[in-house]
Design a protein around this ligand. Sequence first.
Ligand code: G6Q
Length: 545
Amino acid sequence: MALSKINPSKTKSWKKLSAHFDQIKEYHLRTLFDANPERAKKFSLKYGDLFVDFSKNRITDETFELLLELADEVKLREGIAEYFSGENINETEGRAVLHTALRAKKDDSVLVDGENVIPEIVEVRERIKVFSDEVLLGQKKGYTGKTFTDVVNIGIGGSDLGPVMVTEALKFYKNHLNTHFVSNVDGDHVHEILKKLDPETTLFIIVSKSFTTQETLSNALTLKKWFLQHAAEKDVAKHFVAVSTNLEKIDAFGIDKENVFPMWDWVGGRFSLWSAVGLSIALAIGYTHFEELLDGAQNMDSHFKQAPFAENIPVILGLLTVWNNNFFGVETEAIIPYTQYLHRFSAYLQQGIMESNGKSKDRAGNTTSYETGTIIWGETGTNSQHAFFQLIHQGTKLIPTDFIGFKKPLHGDREHHNKLMANFFAQTEALMNGKTEEEVRSELNAQEVSPEKMDALVPFKVFAGNKPTTTLLLDKLTPKSLGSLIALYEHKIFVQGLVWNIFSYDQWGVELGKQLAKNILVDLENSKMGKHDASTLQLLQYFKQ
Ligand code: G6Q
């Protein structure tokens, strides 16, 4: 079975949503809250230790009902069943999409081409456990008999962003190993990291699903060359590990078969941190924490699979994006975590969301007549308040924003945490309410500002408000809660892609640049120049001078 191929804009519910939008588009959130004292309660959900308040979105009861109708009409329920059961929903690559199987319970069964993949997954999990335990306990040693102190993950895109984001996010749980990430083919990146390493105590993990990625292979070769300036060829086996589906290519690199962790083509790179791609995570925080991360994701999977849509967090958040994107015409969404630990979270989600839903052909191959994937961006609060929040508050663009916060700080500093969270709540309140002319005038009055000055200042001090926000409040940043949070966004991606009738799990758009770069590299390394447009040719010649 394949995913439905229903043009959402032709459904009855979409048409109803359009008519409804015309009626309510000018409603102010203030008025909606005044009119219904139950609104906050009605538009909030709790699952485990995650509390989601989406009441500050520009919706009414009717919007909510119509969005749920849309989900039914585009056959979201059937789609979710296909997603989890290993159907080939990544049609253009002929693959299943099974990152959810990577965190499934041991006795679950998920069939790919008639074969249950769970036993293999469990076997690899066990190998990750044994390997990380041995490194952490000092049983695995480097070529001079010293225990490992540093781990370098060499990968890019999906083979880098997830591990970096999670190891940063869970730094509080970190052990004695230092983790480093080399991704950019910019030699300055790898050479900067090399300055911090000791060949005798460094473990290298080459992560590449295809094992053909130029950036990763170049960095891996540079690191191997550096290593061999200190050690012998036979020592490579002790210091280099690989995670890939391409076993032949790994063999040629000289990596010991024992040190090869498989992955599967039914796991997309950007969703692969739950597999052996997360080996650097297991090493950084220990296997038990890694398993808690998987557990948290598994919890969110159960919720997404089972909860009725009206109580289903990823479904609702996905539909809200559709509402904002396709009816309010918003182009971007900001994700603002109020914890420094999540400083790579938006960057990670930029790939997850934009590579998945940045498509303009529908599942039947037609150009979509409606907008699809939004632009994702963000930084941590409160820093972003002092940077770009001005535009969210008073700019001309409507930017729905997710605020992610935690009830408890990890280091227990309540004083700091209250200040941080006071800002967190203040922002969503300010974005919703804005500041009326009356409020501005009474404030200026209290400051005894002259009437002339007041008249001049008022227009600039008025905030329209009515900016949509969604608040996600968790208990504490733990491996488990992080796992749930990531899985929530993964499923939100699925919901949006399904509604928009696009294929979320391929990424053909990334290919063209890679192909051209190969040709241009030949031009850069040779005296003769290939065929290029006048601008590119001029730039290449200037670069080579
Ligand atoms: C993710 C993409 C992409 C991929 C990188 C690295 O979904 O497919 O970001 O992860 O291009 O690919 P390899 O793991 O094959 O080196």
